[in-house]
Design a protein. Structure first.
Length: 362
C-alpha cells in the first residue's frame, strides 16, 4: 500500500513551508533580526529539516539530542543549537552534536567547558535570562553578569555568543516593551563587563515576531528563535500575518463507525480511560462518527480543527476520536477520510507518533 493511502496521515506542503521561511527571513532582516530555525515541533522531520537547512538561517535548533543526531547523520550544513538547557549527564553528546546551546547554570557551564576541552572543541553558549515566565534563566542580574564574565575570561573552550530570553512557554508571559527593554539593558550590562559587543541578543520565539514586524522591538535585539510561526503561519498569541500560509499541514483520519447515538452516556458515571471525569452535554440523539485516532496519537483531540463544515470534535479516548456529524450526516460515512487543521501541540504529538504516516507534498 502506498504511503498516501495509509491513515492516520499528516501531510506537509514543502512549497508553502519554503515560502513561509523566505517571507519571515526577509521581513525580519529588514528589522536587522536574524532567525534561529526551530524544528523540534516536527521531531526534526528530515524533509522539513532540509527546507530549513536551505533557508539561510544562522542556526537550526531543537531541544533533544536524538533529533540533533538525526540532523548530523543527514549532513545538515547549518550550525546546530540545543534549545533545552542540558543535563550534566548528557554534556558529551551536547558538545559532540551541537555547535551551541542555551545555558542558565554556572555548574553546567564549567562542566561543559571541561567536556569541550576534552573533545578539542569550542562550544557556543547563549546565556538565558528569566524575565518573568519562570522557566529557565538567571533571575539575578548580578549572577548573570558574573557568569558571563567567567565564561568570557576563564572558560576558554566556550564562546559566549550572547544572551536570550524565553517567554510564553510556561508562565504565558507575552513579549512587551518592558521586558524587551529589560533584555536590552541586561545585554548592555554584560557587554560592559566583558568589554565587547555580544553577537546575539535573542528576544524570544514566535510570539516576538509581531513586535519585530511592527518596528517596536528595541534595536539591540537581533535574533529570534522561530518554529511555530514558520510551520503554521501563526503564533500562540493570535498573531497570524496574511503573508504566511496557515495550511502547510493537513491531517487526515479515517471514519470507522458512524451512527445515531445518545449524546449523554447511559449509566452510572465514573472516570474515563485516563482517570479523568468527563463533561457531557445532553443534546438528544445525534449522528456520531468515530475516527481511528485517539489521545495516544494526537494528545488533546480538541487541538484538531475539522475542515468540513458541520463536523465537531466532542471527545476522545486513547485510540478513538468522537465527532458530532449531525449537521453533516449525509456527507460522512464509514471509510471516509476527513481532513483537519492542526495547532502546534497536536503537530508535536503527531510527528512523534509511529502510527501516523508522514508524507510530503513537494
Amino acid at each position: 500500500m502506498k504511503a498516501e493511502d495509509r491513515f492516520p496521515q499528516l501531510e506537509v506542503d514543502l512549497g508553502k513551508l519554503k515560502e513561509n521561511l523566505t517571507a519571515l527571513r526577509e521581513r525580519c532582516q529588514d528589522s536587522f533580526v536574524g532567525i534561529v530555525g526551530v524544528v523540534k515541533g516536527v521531531n526534526a522531520w528530515p524533509e522539513i529539516v532540509n527546507v530549513f537547512d536551505a533557508a539561510g538561517f544562522p542556526y537550526l535548533a531543537t531541544s533533544r539530542l536524538d533529533q540533533l543526531q538525526k540532523m548530523r547523520a543527514r549532513g545538515v550544513k547549518t550550525p546546530l543549537m540545543l534549545l533545552r538547557i542540558p543535563m550534566l549527564s548528557e554534556l558529551p553528546g551536547v558538545v559532540e552534536l551541537a555547535d551551541a546551546s542555551l545555558q542558565s547554570d554556572l555548574t553546567v557551564l564549567r562542566s561543559l567547558n571541561s567536556e569541550a576541552k576534552r573533545q578539542g572543541k569550542r562550544h557556543g553558549v547563549l546565556l538565558m535570562i528569566d524575565l518573568g515566565d519562570l522557566r529557565e534563566g538567571f533571575w539575578s542580574a548580578e549572577e548573570l553578569v558574573d557568569a558571563a564574565v567567567e565564561t568570557e575570561q576563564e572558560l576558554k573552550s566556550l564562546e559566549l555568543l550572547g544572551v536570550g530570553v524565553n517567554l510564553g512557554c510556561y508562565g504565558s508571559i507575552l513579549p512587551d516593551k518592558r521586558n524587551m527593554q529589560g533584555l536590552t539593558s541586561l545585554a548592555f550590562d554584560v557587554e560592559r563587563a566583558i568589554g565587547r559587543e555580544l553577537r546575539l541578543v535573542s528576544g524570544g520565539a514566535s510570539t516576538s515576531v509581531q513586535m519585530t514586524l511592527a518596528g517596536m522591538m528595541p534595536g539591540r535585539i537581533n535574533n529570534l528563535r522561530l518554529g511555530e510561526i514558520c510551520l503554521l503561519g501563526s503564533a500562540n498569541n493570535g498573531f497570524a500575518p496574511d503573508f504566511l500560509h496557515r495550511d502547510v499541514f493537513t491531517f487526515r483520519a479515517e471514519v470507522v463507525e458512524c451512527r445515531d447515538k445518545p449524546s449523554f452516556p447511559v449509566g452510572q458515571l465514573g472516570v474515563d480511560a485516563f482517570g479523568k471525569p468527563g463533561v457531557y452535554i445532553d443534546r438528544g440523539i445525534r449522528r456520531r462518527a468515530l475516527l481511528a485516532i485517539g489521545k495516544v496519537d494526537c494528545g488533546d483531540c480538541f487541538d484538531l480543527s475539522p475542515r468540513m463544515p458541520g463536523v465537531e470534535v466532542i471527545g476522545a479516548s486513547g485510540d478513538h476520536t468522537i465527532l458530532d456529524v449531525e449537521e453533516a450526516k449525509d456527507k460522512v460515512k464509514v471509510g471516509d477520510v476527513l481532513e483537519f487543521d492542526v495547532n502546534y501541540a497536536s503537530l508535536v504529538h503527531l510527528t512523534n507518533t509511529p502510527g501516523v504516516e508522514l508524507i510530503c507534498k513537494e
